[in-house]
Design a protein around this ligand. Structure first.
Ligand code: NAP
Length: 246
């Protein structure tokens, strides 16, 4: 098992890519903190992980709320005594073309995707620094590399996540903390279910692999980057897109 006894916090683990990643990490031997804003989803995921015979706790957290994030770190340390991996996966979309996007839509997406990622990384970094080891992996997107029609706010945050990843690599790698990002293409989750089917079909057609991604495709990338197999990888942005170029 590639993550044996490692303690992993996965934000947004209630559903979608985060939920699949939590289960995959558990199967690889990690102890899991299911961190999400939705308590019902948290309970379901924790039960599923415990059914695998793996340790897991659930923590309700809004990643935009610094006090709640600090509590998440405190409760994780109380439960497991260490934090080896942070997957900054929680993220949202609120799409509109530039001319129609409201200030509220812009601020909300920036708050969750950018500030939430910052909050969690900043809160966990002193612990990983003291340990002299750790891995932080941030959820960017193909949209954070190429931009996308109707996603000014989302693209800004996912470009920003790459900027933060490279900056934290420079600041934290000397202390033993690897920082990387995954840039998924279009993945079938509750987030993309909101998109019109014809857009999803178009995205599948555009990808040389002629399909959309699955949450497992992304979970596999997270496992690799979190594991010791990636011990010399920091500051990277791993595109998991089926080759799509927008
Ligand atoms: P998803 O199905 O919408 O799941 C996101 C999870 O995050 C949900 O459980 C959600 O809770 C939770 N969440 C939302 N706001 C939160 C907050 N403030 N604090 C804590 N948790 C919060 O999304 P996904 O498709 O799995 O995407 C996961 C990540 O991958 C996101 O960062 C996304 O931008 C990125 N990504 C996804 C795709 C894709 O095609 N799906 C592509 C590229 C990148 P609720 O259920 O209560 O909202």
């Amino acid at each position: 098992m590639r993550l044996q006894n490692k303690v992993a916090i996965i934000t947004g683990a209630g559903r979608g890519i985060g939920a699949t990643t939590a289960l995959k990490f558990a199967k690889e031997g990690a102890k899991i903190v299911v961190a999400d804003i939705n308590i019902e989803d948290i309970r379901k995921r924790v039960d599923e992980i415990k059914d695998l015979g793996t340790e897991a706790i659930g923590i309700k957290v809004d990643v935009t709320n610094r006090l709640e994030v600090d509590q998440m770190i405190k409760k994780t340390m109380e439960a497991f005594g260490t934090i080896d991996i942070l997957i900054n996966n929680a993220g949202i979309t609120q799409d509109a073309r530039l001319v129609k996007m409201t200030e509220e839509q812009f601020d909300k997406v920036v708050d969750v995707n950018l500030k939430g990622t910052f909050n969690c990384a900043q809160a966990v970094s002193p612990i990983m620094t003291t340990q002299g080891k750790g891995a932080i992996i941030n959820a960017s997107s193909v949209v954070g590399i190429y931009g996308n029609f109707g996603q000014t706010n989302y693209a800004a945050t996912k470009f920003g996540v790459i900027g933060m990843t490279k900056t934290w690599c420079k600041e934290l790698s000397p202390k033993g903390i690897r920082v990387n990002a995954v840039a998924p293409g279009f993945i079938l989750t509750p987030m993309t279910e909101k998109m019109p089917q014809k857009v999803l079909d178009m995205m599948a057609e555009k990808a040389p692999m002629k399909r959309l991604g699955t949450p497992e495709d992304i979970a596999n990338a997270y496992v690799f980057l979190a594991s010791d197999e990636a011990s010399f990888i920091s500051g990277a942005v791993l595109e998991v897109t089926g080759g799509i170029i927008l």
